[in-house]
Design a protein around this ligand. Structure first.
Ligand code: FAD
Length: 373
């Protein structure tokens, strides 16, 4: 495709998509509501498939400069007894390279640097999109990469699918302390995870029903095995991030709208979205990342799926002939490649959340002991 694309949102999904579309030959503009990109957040797991996607986007080396491999992680009970392994060895054996961990600010910076090397992709900050007319003006394609509360999704697909709370808050942080062990510890209705992130530091995440303050979170894990309490003690609570876990529900019947009216929503499933927008010309729209399929963080796939979307959309458009028919064909190919896969990942993540959070811990732990590592 050699046309013009507007990408709404400059998170992982939006930046990766802008890079991919520019590499595919498009003229790209990125609109971001924030006045500066927020460089906070803890670590992301980057699966080998997402690493390959970042390689294709030209960001693989920058990723590896700041990422650390994730190996040898166990699932433990609160007294520290290992009952299973997180299947990192299997992932590495199959893919020939390990899962990597990188802190969100480094990944944002790597994507931003790659975008800036083109020298001709405007990143317009302080541009909050509220409807499609303005961002779609003059564009051959509009990409909604604007997160779980996507204004692009609502404007084009309506509000049937939206953010839903799952009733649990997550806490994340990075401790100035290097844990000698990594993995997850599962208790009753609460869990604690710890991963490497960079030398001398530990990335951690936790949920504990009812904990709303740092003191309550520390109290919830006070009796747990070393180094869980030490990790919490080694982090300044002012740097902890607490957020409500949300996911997009119900799943979207399509991630794309080819733009010519309801019949063009590129899905053959019953309940296909009807465009709710009145944007003149019905510019084709593709959703990527959390805008398309926000999921609970239990599988650590939020960033990976956004990167895979960006890569798939860019490849589909690169392979398409110029013109509206080519864009339509590319969007359908993107939807075919990504929608079922992302939906399966979202479902698996939510199922894992229920499994990890159950209060029937004896049954759950017995199942974990039977799982292959
Ligand atoms: C500041 C921040 C910190 C995060 N930290 C973590 C973390 O530590 N660990 C973790 O697992 N996940 C974290 N996440 C979530 C994770 O980044 C995403 O789930 C995943 O990377 C998918 O990214 P995305 O680009 O699809 O969506 P998002 O990361 O949500 O990015 C969407 C972007 O669109 C912008 N936007 C939203 N609405 C509009 C609008 N109307 N007009 C213009 N722009 C708009 C947002 O400001 C944002 O920059 C964080 C997200 C953010 C925004």
């Amino acid at each position: 495709m050699t046309g013009t694309a507007t990408v709404v949102g400059a998170g992982i999904g939006g930046l990766a998509t802008a890079i991919g579309l520019r590499r595919a030959g498009s003229t790209v503009t990125v609109l971001e509501r924030r006045t500066e990109l927020e460089r906070y957040g803890a670590a992301f797991g980057i699966h080998p498939t997402a690493q390959s996607a970042l390689d294709r986007l030209g960001v693989g080396d920058a990723l590896r400069d700041h990422a650390v491999p994730y190996r040898d992680a166990h699932i433990r009970t609160p007294d520290g007894t290992p009952i299973g392994r997180i299947p990192l060895e299997r992932i590495e054996r199959t893919a020939g390279r390990p899962e990597l961990l990188i802190s969100r600010p480094y990944l944002i910076d790597a994507l931003l640097a790659a975008l800036e090397t083109f020298g001709d992709v405007p990143l317009k900050l302080g541009e909050r999109v509220t409807g499609l007319d303005a961002p779609a003006a003059g564009a051959d394609l509009l990409v909604g990469a604007d997160g779980i509360r996507s204004a692009v999704r609502t404007a084009r697909f309506g509000d049937r699918s939206g953010p839903r709370r799952i009733g649990t808050a997550a806490w994340i942080g990075i401790a100035d302390f290097e844990s000698p062990v990594h993995g997850e510890t599962w208790g009753s209705g609460r869990f604690f995870g710890m991963t490497p992130v960079e030398p001398g530091r530990t990335n951690w995440y936790a949920t504990a029903a009812g904990a709303t303050t740092a003191e309550e979170l520390r109290a919830a894990f006070a009796g747990w095995h070393d180094p869980v309490p030490r990790i919490l003690d080694a982090t300044d609570p002012a740097t902890w991030i607490r957020y409500e876990m949300l996911h997009l529900h119900p799943a979207l019947p399509t991630f794309v709208s080819t733009g010519a009216g309801p019949a063009s929503a590129a899905s053959s499933e019953p309940g296909s979205a009807s465009p709710a927008s009145s944007d003149a010309g019905h510019t084709p729209v593709a959703l990527v990342g959390d805008a398309a399929h926000a999921m609970t963080p239990n599988l650590g796939q939020g960033a990976c799926t956004a990167i895979l979307d960006a890569d798939a959309l860019s490849r589909a458009l690169a392979a398409a002939p110029p013109g509206p028919a080519g864009v339509g064909r590319a969007l359908r190919a993107y939807d075919r490649e990504r929608r079922r896969s992302a939906r399966r990942t979202a479902f698996a993540s939510r199922t894992l959340h229920r499994f990890m959070s159950t209060e029937h811990t004896r049954l759950r732990d017995a199942v974990v002991r039977l799982l292959p590592g």
